[in-house]
Write a protein that binds this ligand. Structure first.
Ligand code: FAD
Ligand code: UDP
Length: 375
């Protein structure tokens, strides 16, 4: 087979780069993917009951980048959807990110009013404040409230999700869900929020539907790489695996997903996602019909329980943002630098970065323009 590029991984990184190379440079690409499907962790499919589910956990597309939005819009129509999440706290289901509505629901009115005024005066209406920053506030009342939110919303959830307490993780992790000094209950505030109308997998099929692109599923790239000794490669798998773990294994967090179908119910829970920071072993329950807008009797829910990643046993879903892991990653990164004329390392696993989907698409488009078009 005559190909110009070997792309390892059929997730967002691999498929966007394949599409760009095939359509803009008119070069031939082979995508090799070890799973039996395209889409990476954004893969979705219909379960045995006909309900569209995200096989690797809920994927909500949100971005402020018009470039990314316009790019993907060439390959899908959208189901416009804004994500709302509840968390089970003190016997109530309350909105998260924690905001002024959450404050009113959880506390007596006079305390909530007093704290609302204080928070607005201190931070300004509409501001977003990371919990680790609010914990350091010099005002005693604000510090006490922050301590409550830390213990009830963040501590238990983060311990389950990462096996580490929030103060020992990179602060960017809990800053993804800052306290909102506003009444905006949405999980994200990005300008563009939606899910692909016919699902992510259908969008991926459109992305790679090009005569210059060939796809090989169920194949680890190591099985075929010797057949393409001088072909340029884009690698989107775990960077430590590429280098045979020569500096040691990078830690990842894995997940175990459990799906339950309720034939007798139109809907199972009050919102698409309910978080359980303090109860049960799982972190959250997602109800897919509420995200996709699918009209069908019955409903499927999914729980996620986090666990350590073990190669050969489960999948690496989350790089763990921590200082010492960054140091280990940089050793691999400098090895990768040495190969940069032959191999490009792109994506959540290859760059060991807690990227969202839009960031991965932006990154792939950038690498195409900066490193591939000009080489
Ligand atoms: P991946 O999707 O991981 O794709 C890499 C591919 O490479 C995989 O298919 C893998 O099988 C393949 N591969 C690896 N090694 C080899 C090998 N040796 N040979 C062949 N193939 C190989 N982002 C959002 O924006 N919104 C969300 O709501 C959201 N929710 C998420 C929920 C969960 C539970 C998870 C885990 C992630 C979530 N994300 C979300 C992040 C999103 O999944 C990623 O940003 C995106 O999928 C990364 O794309 P990628 O192509 O870099 O990596
Ligand atoms: N988080 C939390 N409680 C919540 C929601 C989030 O403690 O109710 C923390 C937790 O550490 C989590 C991080 O914020 O891992 C990021 O949350 P996000 O919803 O962005 O996680 P993802 O969807 O990427 O799993």
């Amino acid at each position: 087979m005559n190909i110009d590029w070997l792309i390892v991984g059929a997730g967002f990184s691999g498929c966007v780069l394949a599409e760009q190379i095939a359509s803009k440079l008119d070069q031939k690409v082979l995508i090799v993917e070890k799973r039996d499907h395209i889409g990476g962790n954004a893969y979705d499919c219909f379960d045995n009951n006909g309900i569209l589910v995200h096989q690797y956990g809920p994927h909500l597309f949100h971005t402020n980048s018009k470039k990314v939005w316009d790019y993907l819009s060439d390959f899908t129509d959208w189901h416009y959807y804004q994500h709302h999440v509840l968390a089970a706290i003190d016997g109530k289901k309350v909105p998260v990110p924690f905001n002024l509505n959450t404050l009113q629901i959880l506390f007596p009115e006079c305390y909530a009013m007093k704290m609302e005024e204080k928070l607005i005066e201190r931070y300004g209406f509409g501001k977003k404040v990371p919990i680790l920053e609010m914990l350091e506030d010099l005002d005693q009342d604000i510090q006490e409230l922050a301590d409550y939110v830390y213990k009830k919303v963040f501590l238990g959830y983060t311990m389950k999700q990462w096996g580490i307490d929030p103060k020992n993780l990179d602060s960017s992790v809990t800053a993804r869900v800052p306290i909102h000094i506003s009444r905006d209950d949405r999980y994200f505030q990005d300008k563009y929020q939606a899910v692909p109308k016919n699902g992510y997998t259908a969008m991926f099929k459109n992305l790679i539907n090009h005569p210059n692109i060939k796809l090989l599923l169920n194949t680890d790239y190591k099985e075929i790489k010797d057949s393409f000794p001088s072909t340029k490669m884009i690698y989107t798998g775990p960077i430590d695996a590429f280098f045979d773990y020569k500096f040691g294994e990078l830690p990842y967090r894995s997940l175990s997903f459990k799906s339950i179908y309720h034939s007798e119910k139109e809907f199972y829970q009050e919102a698409s996602q309910v978080n359980y920071p303090n109860d049960y072993d799982f972190t959250r329950i997602t109800e897919y019909k509420r995200i996709t807008g699918q009209k069908i009797p019955g409903t499927t829910i999914m729980t996620e329980e986090a666990c350590p990643y073990e190669s050969q046993i489960n999948d690496p879903y989350y790089p763990i943002p921590k200082k010492e892991h960054g140091a280990l990653y940089r050793k691999y990164q400098s090895e990768a630098e040495g190969l940069k004329d032959k191999v490009l390392f792109i994506g959540r696993l290859a760059e060991y970065r807690y990227y969202n989907m839009d960031q991965v698409v932006a990154r792939a488009l950038h690498v195409f323009e900066k490193d591939i078009c000009t080489s």
